[in-house]
Design a binder for this molecule. Structure first.
Ligand SMILES: [Zn+2]
Length: 277
């Protein structure tokens, strides 16, 4: 079996329309036929921790139980990180500490800011806490720093799956709303950093997904059912066959698709069909 490697980029809080209007690099790749992009509908409720677990378990928050940020705890359902780890695949992440809490356990910044531990579901990682987040300082790491860390984890560890999660647009949206120059320009900053590192990741042999956990509305809020909260972009940079252009994709399909592409058996709990079948 051909073994594929996958990178998933989660642009926290970037809605569909904002991605299309601001992500000039990703949209340029689409325009030239080097990437494909669909609209994806998220599960509910559209809250970050709930969506992180949905993206990695293929289950609705009503079924995986992480119903919101206050319900954050280690995942207790089959998920991408545990499935890969149990199959002796290598996993990596550059992500908010919530992902440590979900897949590696309670987060202590002193102990877990860097992870190199093959006994963990996320084996190689660089986490950020955003501790001290406030209206005066949103504590968001620079996009290029996150992309560079991911690039070094790839060079050093050659993971089969790497997650890159950036929180800056979500934080900017909460402070300034989605109807703001700050929100739109911060989205462009992610795209601008990806433009420098995606070519390196493609050269390293990765298939790349770029999506968002949820969108954001003009109140600087998400959690409900508005289309601006539920409709997110889903970009694919890779050669495999995928659904027709214009198909509305289901967020529950991300987890089985990652496992399918890497060549791992999809657990029965992941009911949505892989995007690659
Ligand atoms: Zn979020």
């Amino acid at each position: 079996m051909v073994k594929n490697k996958v990178i998933l980029v989660i642009m926290d809080g970037v809605g569909y329309d904002t991605a299309l209007s601001q992500c000039g690099y990703l949209e340029g790749m689409v325009e030239l036929g080097r990437a494909r992009r669909w609209k994806m509908r998220t599960a509910l409720p559209t809250i970050s921790a709930a969506m992180y677990e949905t993206i990695h378990s293929g289950l609705s928050p009503l079924d995986h139980g992480v119903s919101g940020n206050e319900a954050l705890r280690r995942s207790n359902v089959p998920n991408v990180f545990d499935q890969l780890h149990q199959g002796n695949y290598k996993t990596a992440a550059v992500a908010h500490s919530y992902f440590h809490s979900l897949y590696n356990g309670p987060y202590d910044p002193i102990e877990h800011v860097e992870v190199e531990d093959e006994t963990k579901a996320i084996q190689y990682a660089r986490f950020y806490s955003m501790e001290g987040y406030s209206g005066a300082n949103i504590c968001a790491p620079a996009e290029i720093d996150l992309c560079a860390q991911a690039t070094h984890l790839i060079r050093r560890n050659d993971p089969d799956y790497l997650l890159l999660h950036t929180s800056s647009v979500d934080s900017t949206g909460h402070k300034y709303t989605a109807d703001s120059s700050q929100y739109r320009i911060q989205t462009w900053h992610i795209d601008n950093a990806l433009a420098r590192t995606i070519p390196l990741w493609l050269d390293a042999g990765y298939d790349i997904f770029v999506t968002a956990d949820h969108g954001m509305n003009a109140d600087g809020h998400h959690g409900g059912t508005e289309e601006i909260m539920r409709h997110v972009p889903f970009y694919y940079l890779g050669d495999a066959s995928m659904p027709e252009k214009g198909t509305l994709l289901d967020q529950l399909a991300i987890a089985p698709s990652i496992l399918d592409r890497i060549g791992v058996q999809i657990p029965e709990s992941m009911k949505a069909p892989s995007l690659f079948t």
